[in-house]
Design a protein around this ligand. Structure first.
Ligand code: GLN
Length: 196
């Protein structure tokens, strides 16, 4: 089987870190900015950053609708932190005008951990990831407030849902791309391979 090509949505955020993590798990990784580039990828990562800015830029670059269509049509996607917010069907506390790509039937709370503690690290046990907990890097991180029946909870931290999967969409509140532990990216690449 040929190597999967995985795009990283490169409007804003920690794009480079995801490109490095994906290359480390033997995917071909490339930044994606334009609608036509969505036709060339087998999977997409939506990085961490700032979801309000990402929403604004996705609209400005004419990417929001193409992204929604491609995800609806079954493109495997993985969102970290701001990316998790972008994949939520609904935000509990959106900035005015803030939109999402959607794809996961969940309601998320932005900056949920942030108010208590701007940034922290914690060991997180993730369903489907073998070899012990991953180091969860939480930076003004959201949590998942509620989920629909089709959504599988993969991890909780401190009583809050921080990793979910619905079909071909995966999302974490934390940033595996910042740790050098590429197991979650490997898990996503396996999802992409299985979807082809
Ligand atoms: N708080 C940010 C947001 O609302 C997410 C932070 C992050 O991606 N590290 O988008």
């Amino acid at each position: 089987m040929t190597t999967p090509v995985i795009g990283v949505l490169a409007l804003q955020g920690d794009v480079r870190e995801h490109l490095i993590a994906l290359a480390a798990v033997d995917a071909v990784a490339r930044p994606v900015r334009r609608p036509e580039e969505l036709a060339e990828i087998d999977g997409l990562v939506v990085p961490g950053g700032e979801s309000t800015t990402m929403s604004r830029l996705a609209n400005l670059f004419g990417m929001m609708e193409p992204l929604r269509e491609r995800v609806r049509a079954g493109l495997p996607v993985y969102g970290t932190c701001a990316g998790l917010i972008m994949l939520a069907d609904k935000i509990l506390d959106p900035r005015s005008g803030q939109e999402t790509i959607g794809g996961i039937d969940m309601i998320v709370r932005r900056n949920a951990f942030g108010r208590q503690n701007e940034s922290f690290e914690a060991a997180v046990e993730l369903t489907g990831i073998e070899g012990g907990p991953v180091e969860g890097v939480f930076i003004r991180a959201p949590w998942v407030e509620s989920i629909g029946a089709e959504v599988e909870v993969l991890a909780e931290y401190d009583g809050h849902v921080v990793a979910v999967r619905q079909g071909r969409a995966l999302a974490t509140s934390f940033h595996p791309e910042l740790t050098g532990d590429h197991r979650v990216h490997g898990f996503f690449v396996d999802m992409v391979r299985a979807a082809r």
